[in-house]
Design a protein around this ligand. Structure first.
Ligand code: KIV
Ligand code: ZN
Length: 388
């Protein structure tokens, strides 16, 4: 049975770039956009054109540059925002306007000092106006995670009728539990008239560390687009991480879902974004962290040396990492020491290894990590006879 393709909507250059301390210039944005296009991303959210002249120019330049992906610009449900976004996107091969408004009671009361009916009117007016510029209009119901499902379904039904092609259901505050978010998507699929004309999209934030789990719950329940960023960067604790959702779908064939992403470019893309944004990737980050394929305890090292699959569920080559690493520490055993010693040029007999191992432990107890140079030094300064 062929797999359903989940569209990957990358918002590194919009939600991702809002991160404090990170500022990309236009050239850097263009290089990232080009890379996202070769990575196989389906939609690139290039920015929020009305927010500043610089952002407008970046979106315009990205729209001219990108060859394959849809290029998208964010707007509020405001006429001028929509006009400016349409202008910035006018050279895109496939343009999309992403417009929307807050739908939770908290947003309606505190942000808009409004009421539910008036919010629906504004949402419909924004979508209808955006449709006069482009065919592809995505609607976001900001804070949908905390919006009651019945009202959310009313909003969705009204904007689909007005021509929205994609319904973005953001868990803006990262509040939902996976079961709750999945149930929300299922409820919309079952209760919004005309839903077959639109794609449901997951846009999850990571305030409780659940962005990836929530997005996966969303696609299991019928959403067919995930909004995400490289390395999971984004407002506060970040957005859903692109590399995580892509590899979850790839590693679980039973889900019958896949993406068009060339996973072999993931590691390199992560490095590129982290360097350009000056945002370090935490070492234990899934898929692309420096330790994602590093083994440091003796039991694990012994297993991986015998067969990689004992402790690795992903072949590192599939995400563009050359090889798993065996990191030597005071927790490492003889198997790991012999393995690395062989790589640096010493084939040790069992007796030699026993001797070197004692020296290694003394060294490792002082040093946090024993590098290849250190192994060389330990072997050469230990009194073993290397000829025997
Ligand atoms: O998190 C959010 O709700 C957003 C919308 C503007 C799409 O980023
Ligand atoms: Zn967001």
């Amino acid at each position: 049975m062929s797999k359903d393709i989940v569209q990957i909507f990358d918002t590194t250059l919009r939600d991702g770039e809002q991160v404090p301390g990170c500022k990309l210039d236009r050239e850097q944005k263009l290089v990232i956009a080009e890379r996202l296009d070769s990575l196989g991303v389906n939609i690139i959210e290039a920015g929020f054109p009305v927010s500043s002249p610089g952002d407008f120019q970046s979106v315009e330049a990205i729209a001219k540059l990108v060859k394959n992906a849809t290029v998208c610009g964010l707007t509020r449900a405001v006429k001028n925002d929509i006009e400016v976004a349409a202008e910035a996107l006018k050279h895109a091969k496939i343009p999309r306007i992403h417009t929307g408004i807050g739908t939770s009671d908290s947003h309606i009361k505190h942000k808009f000092n409004s009421n539910r009916d008036a919010i629906i009117e504004r949402a419909v007016a924004a979508v209808s106006y955006a449709k006069t510029f482009v065919e592809d209009v995505e609607f976001y119901a900001e804070d949908a995670g905390r919006t009651d499902n019945e009202f959310l379904a009313r909003v969705c039904e009204a904007v689909v009728k007005a021509g929205a092609t994609v319904l973005n259901i953001p868990d803006t505050t990262g509040y939902c539990l996976p079961d709750e978010y999945g149930a929300k998507i299922k409820y919309l699929r079952e209760n919004v008239k005309g839903i077959d004309k639109a794609t449901l999209s997951c846009h999850c934030h990571n305030d409780l560390g659940l962005a990836t789990a929530n997005s996966i719950a969303g696609v299991i329940n019928g959403a067919r687009q995930i909004e995400c960023t490289i390395n999971g960067i984004g407002e506060r604790a970040g957005n859903t991480s692109l590399e995580e959702v892509v590899m979850i779908m790839r590693q679980h064939p039973g889900l019958n879902l896949d993406t068009t992403i060339n996973s072999k470019l993931l590691y390199d893309t992560s490095l590129m974004v982290s360097r350009k944004m000056g945002m370090m990737v935490q070492p234990n980050k899934a898929i692309v962290g420096a330790n994602a394929f590093a083994h440091s305890s003796g039991i694990h090292q012994d297993g991986v040396i015998k067969n990689r699959e004992t402790y690795e569920i992903i072949d590192p080559a599939d995400v563009g990492v050359t090889e798993s690493s065996i990191v030597l520490t005071a927790r490492s055993g003889r198997a790991a020491l012999a393995y690395r010693a062989k790589i640096v040029g010493y084939e040790l007999t069992k007796t030699q290894l026993d001797q070197v191992y004692q020296e290694f432990l003394k060294y490792a107890d002082v040093k946090k990590e024993v590098k290849d140079d250190d192994i060389h030094q330990i072997i050469e300064t230990s009194k073993i006879d290397l000829q025997s």
